[in-house]
Design a protein around this ligand. Structure first.
Ligand code: NAD
Length: 481
C-alpha cells in the first residue's frame, strides 16, 4: 500500500465541523492515503486570546505537513482580531489562489451552461499588504505594492497550470490604462512570461470590461490571472454565476506549503442542522489529492461527486423542484458520494487527472540585470489648509541645489501651475521638486530641502524619492501634468 501523506486538518466554526466530517467520510472510503493531524483554529482560539485565531502548536503541524485542509471559520467582529486567512497566506507564502468555477448544467441551475473558468489570483501583494496611513485630518491612503518577483511567480503559475490541465488560453486582467506602473508591471510580466508558452493562447483585458464580459459570456474565458483585489472580487462573481458559491473549492499554493478550502464562509445560521452543502470543501480536497500526488483518488472522488450531482441528489442550496431528485442533508449527501465511488458521470464531463504525480511547479525567478537607477527629485506631501497659489508662494523659496518646484497636485490632479478653480482641493498636497534635464541629485540635497521646509514651518507628511530607471521615468505624472 502507498505511503500515507500527512495532512493538517481544521474543522473550523459554524457549518465547518459538519462539512469537514462529510468530506473526511468520503476521503476515508475513497482509498486516499492520508495521515491526518487535527488542529484547532477560529473563534474559540480567538477568544482564548490568540489575535490571529491560531496557536503556535498549530503552526508547528502546518510547517511539518505543509498541506492544510481547512474548513471555514468565523472571524469575531470588533477590533483586534486579524484575519486568519490573510495571516496563513502570508506566513506560509501562499502566493497563488486557484479557483475553478464550473457550471453543472442542467443539474445545477445557471445562466451560463458552458462555463468552465479557472481564476488564478495573486494572493500576497497589491492593496492587501494592508499598509494604510491616515495622513491628514481628511485623507487616508492604502499602498498598492506590486513586485516583479511576485508578478513572475503568479504569471508562471498561471501558464504552468494551464499547460498541466490541458487548458488552451490564459487571459490577464489589469487596469494598466490608469495604474501604468503597478498594473503595468503585472501586464508586462504576463506578456514576457507568455512568450515561453507558444502552445497557449494569451490575451489581456482591462479589468472593467473584462469583468463585464466574464459576467456576461464566461464561456469566452479559460484561465484568468489577476492581481489580488480584482481576483478576490471576480472569483466570487465567477463562482456565483457558475451555479453557487456553495460548490466551489479553492487552493492556495506556495513554494513550500498549500492550503485547500471551500470559498464560502462558516454560515453560522445554518450550523448544527445537517443542511450545509459539503461540495466546496470536498472539491477543495480533490485539488489537495492532485497536489499531494494521488491523482487517481482525486479523479475517483471527483467523478463520484459529479455522478451524485447528476443523479439529482442535492442539498437545499442547489435543490430545484423538477430538476433535483432528492433534497438531502450534509451526511446523506456524503453517503451518496461514497455509494458512487468508482462510478463516472454520464452527461457531465468526467474528471481526469494526470496519472503521474506532478512535479512542483517551476516558478523560479529570472536573473535580471539591475537597471541604472538615478535620483532626480522628490515629491513632498504637505498638509496645508489654503489655496494652491499661496502654497506655491511658500514652497518656491525652498528650491536649491538644482531642485525646483515643478508642480503641485491635489489627490493626483495638477492644481499648479495653471490649475482650474473647479478642481476640489483637500489639505493634502503633493509638491514635486525635480532637477531638470539630465541632471541628478543626492539624498543629502533632498535632506537639505526637507530641512528648509521644516524651518519654513511647512507640515510635510511624507516624501517619495523620484527616480529614473535606465532613463525611464519611475513615477507617474499628475492628471494634467
Ligand atoms: P457565508 O459564506 O458563511 O454564508 C453566506 C450564506 O451562503 C449563508 O447564509 C448560506 O445561506 C449560504 N451558504 C454558504 N455556504 C453554504 C454551504 N456550504 N451550504 C449551504 N449554504 C451555504 O458568508 P457570511 O455570512 O458573509 O460569513 C459568515 C462567517 O464566515 C463570517 O464570520 C466570515 O468572517 C466567515 N468567513 C470565513 C471564510 C473562511 O474561513 N475561508 C470565508 C468567508 C467568510
Amino acid at each position: 500500500m502507498a505511503e500515507k501523506t500527512a495532512i493538517t486538518v481544521a474543522s473550523g466554526d459554524g457549518i465547518g465541523p459538519e462539512i469537514m466530517a462529510a468530506t473526511l467520510a468520503v476521503l476515508e472510503k475513497s482509498g486516499a492515503q492520508l495521515a491526518i493531524e487535527e488542529i484547532e483554529i477560529g473563534e474559540r482560539v480567538y477568544r482564548r486570546g490568540a489575535s490571529s485565531g491560531i496557536e503556535p502548536s498549530a503552526w508547528e503541524s502546518l510547517r511539518r505537513t505543509r498541506v492544510f485542509l481547512k474548513a471555514p471559520i468565523t472571524t469575531p467582529q470588533g477590533g483586534g482580531f486579524k484575519s486568519l486567512n490573510v495571516t496563513t497566506r502570508k506566513t506560509l507564502g501562499l502566493y497563488a489562489n486557484v479557483r475553478p468555477c464550473v457550471a453543472y448544467h442542467p443539474f445545477v441551475q445557471t445562466l451560463h451552461p458552458g462555463m468552465d473558468v479557472v481564476i488564478v489570483r495573486e494572493n500576497e501583494e497589491d492593496l492587501y499588504a494592508g499598509i494604510e496611513h491616515r495622513q491628514t485630518e481628511n485623507v487616508v491612503q492604502c499602498l498598492k505594492l506590486i513586485s516583479r518577483p511576485g508578478c513572475e511567480k503568479i504569471a508562471r503559475y498561471a501558464f504552468e497550470y494551464a499547460r498541466r490541465h490541458s487548458r488552451r488560453k490564459v487571459t490577464c486582467f489589469t487596469k494598466d490604462n490608469i495604474m501604468k506602473l503597478t498594473d503595468g508591471l503585472f501586464h508586462k510580466v504576463f506578456e514576457e512570461t507568455g512568450t515561453e508558452y507558444p502552445d497557449l493562447e494569451k490575451e489581456h483585458w482591462i479589468v472593467d470590461i473584462g469583468a463585464a464580459k466574464l459576467a456576461d459570456t464566461p464561456e469566452a474565458f479559460d484561465v484568468i490571472v489577476m492581481p489580488n483585489l480584482y481576483g478576490d472580487i471576480l472569483s466570487d462573481v465567477a463562482a456565483q454565476i457558475a451555479g453557487s458559491v456553495g460548490l466551489a473549492g479553492s487552493a492556495n499554493i506556495g513554494d513550500r506549503c498549500a492550503m485547500f478550502e471551500a470559498i464560502h464562509g462558516s454560515a453560522p445560521r445554518r450550523a448544527g442542522q445537517n443542511v450545509a452543502n459539503p461540495s466546496g470543501l470536498l472539491l477543495a480536497s480533490v485539488m489537495m489529492l492532485v497536489h499531494i500526488g494521488q491523482p487517481e483518488v482525486a479523479a475517483r472522488v471527483h467523478n463520484a461527486w459529479l455522478k451524485t450531482i447528476e443523479d439529482g441528489i442535492h442539498t437545499y442550496d442547489v435543490y430545484t423542484e423538477g430538476t433535483s431528485a432528492a433534497k438531502v442533508g450534509t451526511r446523506e449527501f456524503a453517503q451518496a458520494v461514497v455509494e458512487r465511488l468508482g462510478e463516472k458521470p454520464g452527461k457531465l464531463k468526467p474528471a481526469v487527472y494526470a496519472s503521474a504525480p506532478s512535479a512542483p511547479l517551476e516558478t523560479g525567478l529570472r536573473e535580471r540585470n539591475a537597471s541604472e537607477r538615478t535620483l532626480v527629485g522628490m515629491d513632498v506631501f504637505v498638509n496645508w489648509n489654503g489655496r494652491a497659489e499661496d502654497l506655491e508662494r511658500r514652497l518656491r523659496p525652498l528650491a536649491g541645489d538644482g531642485l525646483a518646484l515643478t508642480t503641485i497636485s491635489n489627490r493626483g490632479i495638477k492644481v499648479w501651475p495653471d490649475g482650474f478653480p473647479e478642481t476640489m482641493q483637500t489639505e493634502h498636497w503633493q509638491c514635486r521638486y525635480l532637477v531638470g534635464g539630465t541632471a541628478t541629485t543626492t539624498h543629502a540635497a533632498l535632506a537639505d530641502l526637507l530641512r528648509r521646509a521644516a524651518e519654513a514651518g511647512l507640515d510635510f507628511i511624507k516624501t517619495e524619492n523620484l527616480f529614473t530607471f535606465a532613463g525611464e521615468r519611475g513615477y507617474s505624472l499628475g492628471q494634467g501634468e
